[in-house]
Design a binder for this molecule. Structure first.
Ligand code: ATP
Ligand code: MG
Length: 413
């Protein structure tokens, strides 16, 4: 049975903020063992995600919604970050072992060395562990206590353009909130939807949102690859607005996509139609649902093909033995998983946020994977009692004026 809300202590509340290209989701929750109890979500559409004042206004509204229902002021939030300005690059570290045995401080030192990146590489958001090498031996997951002369490590460093982080932080501050930590969105979504066995085998998380389609490949606890494509749900909407019998506005095309769109062409009767308002004073025009499905399917197929080509180019496809998990709002398109399966030639499933207890079914949507994943991430940080200020400091060169950003990154070891 649900715990009454008035028994929730203020300090146990966690907040996750996903500012997407089409919406703001501000989730409030409470850590509950391995699961997260979602209390509320301030879910507001963004009509123009590029307009700063509009985003701040919607964010304020989302915060007010959450505050009015939880009865608690929202202040500290875990903020998702993703998009074309985020990238992940492999870096290596190599040190000589002073005592001939691997000690904790040697592991720290080699990781520090690997994550010391040039300023031009951007601002660090996360550092993921890779495998260690000890002299000629490779593939070591935990080298502590082993004997050798030279210890090496490969890490994946996720960075963002500093100005993108600054603008996101400015937006959060302008709404009266405070960023506890920036969290790379695919990492958050991974906490919400991936299973341990999928990660062990190697899994690709593919989020098809409004502005971008993002892929992240995880093997065990390490991130192996990430890419972002700026073709996603908005491109489908734009195709619809151009390809029907009559030209329509983007907002009307968006409505039609959600109401009549599908990727399952075979389920449709050849002559099935839906009404579209004619231009000017003209009445409704009947458009073919089959044509609509073909327009949508062509774009969805293109998105998956481009992602696959990129994975092939970087030799990643062979790592994905645990299949593909789809998240993001476009998963609402019936049959999208079947198209992904055909293109990637891998098992595909739709990722719904897991480990969510309480008032919950409404939150098990693939488009909430990031927001709920941010709660999982926050809960994990709390349970590990690793607050960001006591987290390990990364040796990273940061411009003087950006020194404050250094406090907002964390390392994944
Ligand atoms: N029922 C539906 N049918 C088809 N598409 C849908 C449906 N519901 C939502 N979408 C699409 O999903 C997209 C929004 O997904 P999501 O909320 O994951 O994006 P976002 O997080 O705002 O964007 P991004 O992750 O790119 O920043 C929009 O393009 C929207 O049209
Ligand atoms: Mg998103």
């Amino acid at each position: 049975m649900d715990e009454p809300r008035n028994e929730i202590r203020k300090e146990d509340l966690i907040f996750g903020l996903d500012i997407g290209a089409s919406k703001i989701n501000l989730f409030a929750g409470v850590a509950n063992g391995d699961s997260v109890r979602v209390l509320e979500c301030g879910d507001f559409p963004l009509t123009n995600a590029d307009e700063f004042d509009h985003v701040v206004e919607m964010l304020k509204q989302a915060a007010q919604t959450v505050e009015s229902i939880t009865g608690v002021d929202v202040h500290d939030v875990y903020v998702g970050i993703a998009g074309m300005h985020v990238s992940a690059v492999n870096y290596k570290g190599l040190i000589t072992l002073p005592t001939g045995e691997v000690r904790s401080q040697d592991i720290e030192m080699v990781k520090d060395q690997a994550s010391t990146i040039p300023e031009s590489a951007g601002q660090i958001i996360h550092v993921f562990p890779g495998e260690y090498t000890l002299d000629d031996q490779t593939g070591i997951r935990n080298p502590k206590g082993l004997n050798g002369r030279r210890l090496g490590v490969e890490v994946q460093v996720v960075t963002s353009r500093p100005s993108a982080i600054q603008n996101l932080d400015k937006c959060v501050r302008s709404a009266g909130l405070h960023t506890v930590e920036f969290v790379w969105e695919p990492l958050a979504a991974a906490y919400a939807v991936l299973t341990a066995d999928e990660k062990e085998l190697g899994v690709a998380l593919v989020d098809v949102g409004a502005g971008t389609a993002d892929v992240a490949v995880f093997v065990g606890e390490s991130l192996r690859y990430t890419a972002s494509l700026d073709i996603a749900g908005n491109s489908i909407t734009s195709d619809i607005s151009k390809c029907l019998k009559v030209p329509i506005s983007l907002s009307k095309a968006e409505e039609i996509k959600k109401k009549y769109g599908t990727c399952k062409i075979t389920n449709l009767n050849a002559d099935e139609t839906f009404p579209v308002p004619g231009v000017g004073e003209r009445g409704d025009v009947l458009c073919s649902r089959n044509l609509l499905a073909r327009v949508i399917t062509a774009r969805v197929e293109e998105i998956f093909k481009l992602l696959k080509k990129d994975l092939e180019k970087h030799g990643i496809v062979g790592l994905i033995n645990g299949g593909i998990v789809l998240t993001g709002g476009c998963c609402a398109l019936d049959g999208i998983d079947e198209i992904a399966e055909k293109v990637f030639e891998k098992p595909v499933r739709i990722g719904r946020p897991k480990g969510v207890s309480g008032i919950q079914d409404a939150f098990r949507k693939p488009s909430y994977a990031t927001g709920i994943g941010l709660l999982h991430y926050a809960a994990r940080q709390r349970s590990e009692n690793k607050k960001y200020e006591t987290g390990k400091q990364l040796t990273v060169s940061v411009k003087k004026g950006l020194q404050w950003l250094k406090d907002l990154v964390r390392t994944y070891f």
